[in-house]
Design a protein around this ligand. Structure first.
Ligand code: PHE
Ligand code: ZN
Length: 878
C-alpha cells in the first residue's frame, strides 16, 4: 500500500498531459469470468512536448495481453506495464496509434467501478476514475476524445448491447454471439464512457426538440419491471422541454437511453446519451413507491439529463472543478422542480437538506471548500458541499445578477465554453463579462470552507424615527484554513410595520442596499434607515438568500409576528421553526419552557394550518418540527442525543396536547377517495395529513389506533408507510405485528425491502443494534448490494443518533466493524457510511471518548482502502 502522503494531489500541480488521445476505438469481447478489451488509441503529442517524453497511461487491475504501435508489436524494452499503469518510454513525436489488449474480470468487480456485473447485466461506472479499470488510458477529464465501441457478446445472455451515441452497425458474430457498434460524435472525457450488455426489457417513447430533431427515448430494465418506468419517462420528457424553455438548451443526439441497474454506488450517472441509474431512482408504482420516491425520480432523471449541457458538452478540466458541473446542475434541477411544483415549498425542502447534511459537514473535520485544492481520494469529494453548497453559490449569483442577468451569463457560458473542459475561474469570468460586475471577492465562496455566522442586532429610535440594523459575519476556522475573509452575502430583506405591511423609509445609509437586498461584503455594517414611522420587525435572508447561520435577537412575539405577516413564505416557515428551536435548545440546556410560550406557538401553528391561502405542502412543512439532528447542531457541543430525544419527545407531547383537535380535524378533512396520482396537489395533501398523523402518534392517545387503521386500509405506499413509520419508531403496541405484516406482504420487491430494512434500523430503543446484526447475519442477506447496506446500516449511522451514539460505545463499535468489513469489497460504500462520525467531537465527553476509541481501533485494524483511510484520517485529525 502506498503511503498517504504520496497520494495527495494538489490543484496547484495541474499540468496538461504531454500527449492527447483524440480518438478511441474499443472492441469489447464480453465473456463470463474474463472479458477482453482491445483498444486503438489515436494519440498526438501536445505542442512543445520534448522528444523522449514517456507516455504514461492510467490503469487499475488490468492484465496486458498485447501492445503495438502503428501496427508493429512493441519490444519488451520499449514499455512497462503493471496493473496500475502503462508507460511507453519513447513514443514518436507525431500522431500514432497505440493498440493494446487487456483482460478484466467484471464478475469479481465488487467495487462497482469500471465494468461490472449487476444481476446478470454487464454495465459500467467510470466517473471519476473507473475507465482505467477497463483499458489503459489518459483517464482525466481534460482529455476529450471521440469514441467508437464494438461490443461482442452471447446473444442469449446479452441480447441488448448499448453504448454512448448512435448505433452504427450490428449483426451476427457466430457461435451464438452477436455484436453492436456504437459511435459518439461528441468529444468527451473517459468518465462519460458507458456500455451495457444484458437481457433487459425496455419502454420507448420519443421527443421532438424545438428545432425539430426527433429523439428516440428508451428506458431499459430488468424484465417484468417495464410498467414501473412510466414516471421516469414522463419526467425525462418534461425535463427536456424545460431545458429548452428555461435555458435554451436542446438535446443533441438521435438517441437518449437510460438503464436501471440494481447495484450502483450513487444515484445515477450522466454518461453521454446513455445514463445509468440506480434502479431505485427509476422504478415507481403507487403500491410500492412513496410520493417522496416519485419526487426523487423526477429530480434525478432531470439532474442527469441537464448534465448533457452542464457536464457533458461543457465538462471539468480536473476533478477539483467538480462543482462546476455538480453545483450548477443541482441548481438547475432545483429550479426545474420549483417550476414544476411549488417554489417556496421546494426552497424549504432544499434548505432543510442543506442544514441537515451540508452544515454539519462544513462545521466538522470533513469541511472543505466547494472547490477543494487538494485531495487524496477524489471519490470522497462527491459531497453535499460540492453538490448542495455548490448549488447555493450559483443561486447567490442568480440573486445578485437578477433573472435576466443570470440567463445572459448562462447563454455566454454555453457559447464560450461549449466543447471544453474548463474551470471555476472561467465560469466566474463569464458572469463578470456578461454583467460587468466584479466577482473576484464573490469567488471566495468556492475557496473558503465553513458556514458564515451572521449576527443581526437592531434598534429603533421613535424620537428620530430612525431604525438601525447591525450585521456582522464570521466564519470559524476549518481544517487547513485557520483564518477567514468576509464573504459576499446577498441579504434579501424586508422591514415589516406594526400592521403587517412593509415599512417604508425615506433614506438608508451605511451600506450597500439595493431595493430589497443588502449586499454584505465586510465583517460588519451598520445600516441606518431614516423616516421609519414605527418600530419594524426585520425579515432577513428571505428565501434563504445566502447559506448562513443567522443569529438575531428577536423575541418570541416578533417571531410569531413574522410567522403571521411575512410576505416571504420561506421566512414565515422559518419563524415558526425558530420559535420551536429556541424553546427546544433552552430546554436541553436546562431551562424548561414556560407554558404560555408553548400556548402561543401552538396557537400560531394551529392558525397556520387552518389558513385557506396556504397550500398543503407548505403546511406539511410547518408540522415538521426541528429534528433531533437540527437541535444537536444548534447546540454544537456536549451533545447528549438521548437527552435531546427526550426533550423533543416531551415538546411534541406538549404541543400536540394543545393541537390535538386541529390535527385531528386536518387529518379527517384531508381524507380522500381519489385514485392515486403523484402530482403536487395530491402529494401535498397526503404529506400534510400524514405529518398530522405522525404528530398524533407521537403525542396523543388516539394516534396509534389511527395509524394502525390507516396502515391496513391504505391504497398506496405513501399512506401505508407514513402510518407504519411513526408506529415503529415510537414502538407503539402492535408495531411489531405491523412491521412483520409489511415484511411478508412487500419485501419480495427489493426496493420495498429497503424500506423495511430502514425501519428496523430506526427505533431509538436498545434492541435495535441486535436486530440489525441478526438481519446482517442471515446468509440470504445481499451483503454486496449498496442499496441494502445503506438502507440498513447507513440509515442507522446517519439517522439513529440515540443508538449510534450510545454512551456505552456499542453503536460506534458496531458501525466501525461494519465499515472494516464492507471496505474489503466496496470502499466507496464503506467510506460513505464512516462519515457518520463527522460530528464526533460535538458529543459529551464520555461519548466522545467512545467514538474516538472506535475510530482508532478501526485505524489500527490496518489494510483499509484509500477511500476509508482518507475519511478516517481527516475525521480523527480535524
Ligand atoms: N455524476 C453523478 C451525478 O451527480 C454522480 C456520480 C458520481 C455517480 C460518481 C457515480 C459515480 O449525477
Ligand atoms: Zn450530477
Amino acid at each position: 500500500m502506498p503511503t498517504d502522503a504520496e497520494h495527495t494531489i494538489f490543484l496547484k500541480d495541474y499540468a496538461p498531459s504531454p500527449y492527447v488521445i483524440e480518438g478511441v476505438e474499443l472492441e469489447v469481447d464480453i465473456v463470463p469470468e474474463t472479458s477482453t478489451v482491445r483498444a486503438w488509441l489515436n494519440i498526438s503529442p501536445r505542442e512543445g512536448t520534448a522528444p523522449g517524453t514517456p507516455l504514461v497511461l492510467n490503469g487499475e487491475e488490468l492484465k496486458l495481453g498485447s501492445i503495438a504501435l502503428d501496427g508493429a508489436p512493441l519490444v519488451l524494452s520499449a514499455y512497462e506495464a503493471t496493473p496500475g499503469s502503462l508507460t511507453v518510454f519513447e513514443p514518436p513525436l507525431k500522431r500514432f496509434v497505440l493498440e493494446t489488449s487487456v483482460t478484466i474480470e467484471p464478475e469479481k468487480n465488487t467495487r462497482l467501478m469500471g465494468l461490472y456485473r449487476s444481476s446478470g447485466t454487464w454495465c459500467t461506472q467510470c466517473e471519476p476514475e473507473g475507465f482505467r479499470r477497463i483499458t489503459y488510458f489518459l483517464d482525466r477529464p481534460d482529455n476529450l476524445a471521440v469514441y467508437k465501441v464494438k461490443m461482442i457478446a452471447d446473444r442469449a445472455l446479452a441480447p441488448v448491447l448499448l453504448a454512448n451515441g448512435n448505433l452504427i452497425d450490428s449483426g451476427d458474430a457466430g457461435n451464438g454471439r452477436h455484436f453492436a457498434t456504437w459511435e459518439d460524435p461528441f468529444p468527451k472525457p473517459s468518465y462519460l464512457f458507458a456500455m451495457v450488455a444484458g437481457d433487459l426489457g425496455s419502454i420507448h417513447d420519443n421527443f421532438t426538440t424545438a428545432s425539430g430533431r426527433q429523439v428516440a427515448l428508451g428506458i431499459y430494465c430488468e424484465h417484468g419491471k417495464e410498467d414501473q418506468c412510466a414516471y421516469a419517462m414522463d419526467s425525462l420528457k418534461r425535463a427536456m422541454l424545460w431545458d429548452e424553455r428555461r435555458f435554451g438548451r436542446e438535446y443533441d443526439l438521435d438517441v437518449f437511453n437510460i438503464v436501471a441497474v440494481s447495484d450502483f454506488n450513487f444515484g445515477a450517472m450522466e454518461n453521454k446519451g446513455l445514463n445509468i441509474f440506480n434502479d431505485k431512482l427509476v422504478f415507481a408504482r403507487p403500491e410500492t413507491a412513496t410520493d417522496a420516491d416519485f419526487g426523487s425520480i423526477e429530480r434525478v432523471i432531470a439532474h442527469e439529463y441537464f448534465h448533457n449541457w452542464t457536464g457533458d458538452r461543457i465538462t471539468c478540466r480536473d476533478w477539483f472543478q467538480l462543482c462546476l458541473k455538480e453545483g450548477l446542475t443541482v441548481y438547475r434541477d432545483q429550479e426545474f422542480t420549483m417550476d414544476e411544483r411549488s417554489r417556496p415549498v421546494k426552497r424549504i425542502e432544499d434548505v432543510r437538506l442543506l442544514r441537515a447534511a451540508q452544515f454539519p459537514e462544513d462545521g466538522g473535520p470533513l469541511a472543505h471548500p466547494a472547490r477543494p485544492d487538494h485531495y487524496k481520494e477524489i471519490n470522497n469529494f462527491y459531497t453535499t458541499t460540492v453538490y448542495e453548497k455548490g448549488a447555493e453559490i450559483v443561486r447567490m449569483l442568480a440573486t445578485l445578477l437578477g433573472e435576466a442577468g443570470f440567463r445572459k451569463a448562462m447563454d455566454l457560458y454555453f457559447e464560450r465554453h461549449d466543447g471544453q473542459a474548463t474551470t471555476i475561474e472561467a465560469f466566474i469570468k463569464v458572469f463578470e463579462d456578461a454583467s460587468g460586475v466584479d466577482l473576484q471577492h464573490f469567488q471566495q465562496w468556492y475557496l473558503q470552507a465553513g458556514t458564515p455566522k451572521v449576527k443581526a442586532e437592531d434598534q429603533y429610535d421613535p424620537a428620530t424615527k430612525t431604525y438601525r440594523l447591525k450585521l456582522r459575519q464570521k466564519i470559524d476556522p476549518t481544517p487547513g484554513q485557520p483564518t477567514k475573509q468576509p464573504m459576499v452575502l446577498p441579504v434579501k430583506f424586508g422591514l415589516i410595520g406594526p400592521n403587517g405591511a412593509p415599512a417604508e423609509w425615506s433614506n438608508v445609509s451605511g451600506g450597500d442596499v439595493r431595493d430589497d437586498m443588502i449586499v454584505l461584503d465586510k465583517d460588519a455594517v451598520e445600516l441606518v434607515f431614516e423616516g421609519v414611522a414605527n418600530r419594524p420587525v426585520p425579515s432577513l435572508f428571505r428565501g434563504f438568500s445566502a447559506p448562513v447561520n443567522l443569529d438575531i435577537n428577536l423575541t418570541q412575539d416578533d417571531q410569531l409576528f413574522l410567522a403571521r405577516h411575512d410576505s416571504d413564505p420561506f421566512n414565515r416557515w422559518q419563524a415558526l421553526q425558530d420559535v420551536s428551536m429556541t424553546l427546544l435548545t433552552n430546554a436541553v440546556r436546562g431551562r424548561m419552557w414556560a407554558e404560555p410560550a408553548i400556548d402561543s406557538l401552538a396557537t400560531a401553528i394551529g392558525e397556520t394550518i387552518g389558513l385557506e391561502s396556504l397550500d398543503n405542502a407548505f403546511k406539511a412543512n410547518v408540522l415538521l418540527l426541528p429534528s433531533e439532528a437540527d437541535i444537536a447542531r444548534t447546540i454544537g457541543e456536549n451533545v447528549d442525543p438521548t437527552q435531546i430525544h427526550e426533550v423533543r419527545a416531551a415538546f411534541i407531547r406538549a404541543l400536540v396536547g394543545r393541537l390535538e383537535g386541529a390535527l385531528r380535524a386536518t387529518y379527517d378533512r384531508l381524507a380522500s377517495e381519489d385514485a392515486y396520482s403523484p402530482d403536487q396537489r395530491q402529494a401535498g395533501r397526503r404529506s400534510l395529513r400524514n405529518n398530522a398523523l405522525g404528530l398524533l402518534v407521537r403525542g396523543s392517545s388516539v394516534g396509534a389506533e389511527l395509524a394502525a387503521r390507516q396502515y391496513q386500509s391504505a391504497g398506496n405506499m405513501t399512506d401505508r408507510f407514513a402510518a407504519l413509520t411513526p408506529s415503529v419508531v415510537m414502538g407503539v403496541p402492535g408495531a411489531d405485528a405491523l412491521l412483520e405484516d409489511f415484511r411478508v406482504r412487500f419485501t419480495a420487491d427489493p426496493l420495498v425491502y429497503d424500506k423495511w430494512l430502514g425501519l428496523n434500523a430506526a427505533p431509538p430503543e436498545d434492541g435495535t443494534i441486535e436486530r440489525i446484526r441478526t438481519i446482517l447475519a442471515d446468509p440470504s442477506f445481499p451483503k454486496n448490494n449498496p442499496n441494502r447496506l445503506r438502507a440498513l446500516v447507513g440509515s442507522f449511522a446517519a439517522g439513529n443518533a440515540v443508538q449510534f451514539a450510545r454512551q456505552d460505545g456499542t453503536g460506534f463499535r458496531f458501525v466501525a466493524e461494519f465499515v472494516a468489513d464492507v471496505d474489503k469489497r466496496n470502499p466507496q460504500v464503506a467510506a460513505r457510511v464512516l462519515t457518520a462520525f463527522r460530528t464526533w467531537r460535538n458529543y459529551e465527553p464520555k461519548r466522545r471518548a467512545e467514538a474516538e476509541a472506535a475510530l482508532k481501533s478501526l485505524r489500527d485494524s490496518g489494510g483499509l482502502s484509500r477511500n476509508t483511510a482518507d475519511i478516517l484520517g481527516r475525521t480523527l485529525d480535524g
